[in-house]
Ligand binder design. Structure first.
Ligand SMILES: NC(=O)c1ccc[n+]([C@@H]2O[C@H](COP(=O)([O-])OP(=O)(O)OC[C@H]3O[C@@H](n4cnc5c(N)ncnc54)[C@H](OP(=O)(O)O)[C@@H]3O)[C@@H](O)[C@H]2O)c1
Length: 302
């Protein structure tokens, strides 16, 4: 049995990963997150309520488990909150990673880490390859870039999966994501302003969890891009949500990013070149629309 630790198991990706690893043979799963376990299914794994930013508690916990693999999904993920509290952001997104990395080095543990398209400035005018030069435009992106550097420089066995605008269903979590937000707003007949000048390749959380599994299975090393395959504006994404769920588009209003006056800057266009991931870990290539239909099927079954 291999022991796998999944950090941030209460989050969007963490929950899916716990479920996915439960369906695979040969893993003893330790799910680490703060507060009560939000997953409805509580059997077949060990949940540990922990503040991951407390180094001593984390060390003690990991030493007790003795993991073979850590999949680190926990992070401060609210981009504007990161801009407003940069100290907390660095503590969670950089210092925690530094700490995990030294644990992994000392005990020869493999680390799968999650990173973001926001390490890029979005001005390339084309999709990004793994080796393209990063240049974050906000503090969140800067913190995740630093986390990548910390891991790379530590020389541990690792893979870093960068992803884009993740959406999906989670148990007991009132935190929203782009698709749920648009769907709920339109159902509530609420007018929403949606930006036309940010281009993304949104990622269904199930596909991201599968990519983490593929990275484990293929013993992937280095950086990999994971997203859907077509670049769309967030406005176009919202229109597609309305189409697939049969909701009224008249509540969706196109605006420019500046009109929202958000604390953190956003990169313009951050699509990924997926060739390396397709070749090396057999990442399936899906369009957003195709996966949105899968997401709708999940919602319909609730
Ligand atoms: N979501 C996206 O669009 C996106 C895009 C690009 C990259 N990523 C990266 O992908 C990874 C997973 O993202 P996600 O969307 O699954 O994030 P998420 O839903 O925000 O989940 C993160 C989880 O970590 C937990 N956590 C945060 N600080 C903690 C602490 N000090 N102690 C214990 N638990 C803590 C959170 O707890 P609470 O629930 O209590 O806050 C949350 O359950 C992150 O590394 C993120 O940077 C995400």
């Amino acid at each position: 049995m291999k022991k796998v630790v999944i950090t941030g198991s209460n989050g969007l990706l963490g929950q899916k990963l716990v479920k996915l690893f439960l369906s695979k043979a040969g893993y003893e799963i330790y799910a680490l997150s703060r507060g009560p376990n939000r997953l409805h299914d509580k059997k077949g794994y060990t949940y540990i309520n922990i503040d991951l930013s407390d180094d001593r508690t984390l060390d003690h916990c990991l030493s007790e488990i003795g993991p073979d693999l850590i999949i680190h999904t926990a992070a401060m993920t609210n981009v504007d909150a990161c801009e407003l509290d940069q100290v907390l952001c660095d503590k969670m997104n950089v210092e925690l990673v530094r700490h995990l990395t030294s644990f992994c080095k000392k005990h020869q543990v493999r680390l799968i880490h999650l990173s973001t398209d926001f390490i890029f400035d979005g001005t390339k005018g084309d999709i990004y390859k793994e080796e393209d030069k990063p240049n974050p435009v906000n503090h969140y992106g800067m913190s995740k870039l630093k986390s990548e550097t910390v891991i790379r420089e530590a020389g541990i066995d690792h893979a870093i999966l960068r992803t884009i605008l993740v959406y999906g269903l989670v148990d007991g979590n009132d935190r929203s994501n782009i698709v749920l937000w648009v769907k709920k707003s339109l159902e509530d007949k609420k007018h929403i302003n949606v930006v036309t000048d940010q281009l993304r390749m949104p990622t269904l959380v199930d596909d991201l969890a599968e990519a983490c599994w593929l990275a484990v299975k293929h013993d992937a090393k280095g950086v990999y891009h994971v997203s859907s395959s077509e670049l769309m504006s967030i406005y176009e994404i919202a229109l597609a949500v309305a189409d697939v769920f049969g909701l009224d588009k008249k509540y969706i209003h196109p605006v420019g990013t500046e009109a929202l006056s958000l604390p953190a800057k956003r990169p313009w266009s951050t699509g990924f070149d997926l060739n390396k991931s397709v070749k090396e870990i057999n990442l399936p290539s899906y369009s957003f629309i195709e996966r949105l239909q899968v997401f709708k099927d999940q919602v319909d079954k609730l």
